[in-house]
Structures are given as structure tokens and as C-alpha cells.
Design a protein around this ligand. Structure first.
Ligand code: ZN
Length: 187
């Protein structure tokens, strides 16, 4: 659970640090608003993906399931700035599949924390392997990082792409290739 009192104190200090007058009207409720917002955007810290991925349905044939364009918003742990974009998940079932919204919920569990994109990609892939137990999974994340576009090299629109393959997607080049073909075909 986030400590709202600490966050309020910290935001006030931060505002003073940038030279603001914390008593001016526009900023009076800002520490409180930020503290409440943090409760929401870091909610994933208190959540566990097993609650979403343990409800499954049996399937007769193990065909690839691709869930693409799952929108996410996360926060970069190096700059405390947002990064956001899309997650694409493909998996090869082993007799069971998860409800489609459950993959999106799993993404939320890991996005609503301080993150780095590479780590989030791996955590999603490993959670699916651990709790859904498919024959393999492939996760691809495309994101824009505010810490890159708003400052520093300032290149709006540039995207960072990360992938993680586990199980048969890791072992078989052909399956990975099939994933990228499916992704291209859907555009
Ligand atoms: Zn950053």
C-alpha cells in the first residue's frame, strides 16, 4: 500500500524544490491529489497475476492465441516519468486458455508499478508461463517514453520495442517468425 502521508510531504518538498509557492491557490490541493493518484497508478504493487490467470477454459486443439494492442500506462523507474504504448501477447495453449480480459489484467498488474520496459516484458511472459502453463509465450511491448520525448534527446514519436519469448517460442525460430507474420498481417 502506498503511504499517502509520505507522498504528500514529498510532493510539497518537491514543489518547494523547484521554487514554487506551495501556498498559492492552484497548488493547495496538489500534494493530496498526487497522493491519491499514486494509489491508482502504483496499484499493481499489491496485486498478483495468479488471481487473473488461474481461471481457464479447456480447449480441444492447441492453436496460437494472439491478443494484440493491449494499451498500457506505466512509470519509468529511472525518471518517474510515464511510458506507455501497446503490449502484444501470443501463446500456444496446452489444453487450456485464459479469458481474453485476463491477459489485459495481467499487463495491468505489471504496468502499475515503477518499471523498466525490458523487465515488464519479461515479467508478463514469465507470469503467463507460470500460471497459465502454455507450451510457450511471446510478448512484445512497443512504448513511448516521456523521459526520452519530453527531455534529453527529445524525439517525439520514437518507440522502444522489447520482446520476450519463453517455452516453444524461445526454442523454435519458426514460431517466433510466425508471431511476427501474424503481427504484420494484422496491421
Ligand atoms: Zn526514463
Amino acid at each position: 500500500m502506498v503511504d499517502q502521508k509520505k507522498i504528500k510531504q514529498a510532493v510539497k518538498l518537491l514543489l518547494e524544490g523547484i521554487g514554487e509557492d506551495v501556498s498559492r491557490e492552484g497548488l493547495l490541493d496538489t500534494p493530496d491529489r498526487v497522493a491519491r493518484m499514486y494509489g491508482e497508478i502504483y496499484k499493481g504493487m499489491d496485486e498478483d497475476p495468479s488471481q487473473h490467470l488461474s481461471r481457464t477454459f479447456a480447449v480441444q486443439s492447441n492453436e496460437i492465441v494472439l491478443e494484440r494492442d493491449i494499451t498500457f500506462y506505466s512509470t519509468c523507474e529511472h525518471h518517474l516519468m510515464p511510458f506507455y504504448g501497446k503490449v502484444h501477447i501470443a501463446y500456444l495453449p496446452d489444453g487450456k486458455v485464459a479469458g481474453l480480459s485476463k491477459l489485459a489484467r495481467t499487463v495491468e498488474v505489471y504496468a502499475r508499478r515503477l518499471q523498466i520496459q525490458e523487465q515488464m516484458t519479461i515479467q508478463i511472459a514469465e507470469a503467463i508461463m507460470e500460471y497459465l502453463k502454455p507450451q510457450g509465450v511471446m510478448v512484445m511491448v512497443e512504448a513511448e517514453h516521456m523521459c526520452m520525448t519530453m527531455r534529453g534527446v527529445a524525439k517525439p514519436g520514437s518507440r522502444t520495442v522489447t520482446t520476450a519469448a519463453r517455452g516453444r517460442f524461445q526454442e523454435e525460430q519458426q514460431l517466433r517468425q510466425y508471431f511476427f507474420e501474424m503481427m504484420n498481417r494484422c496491421y
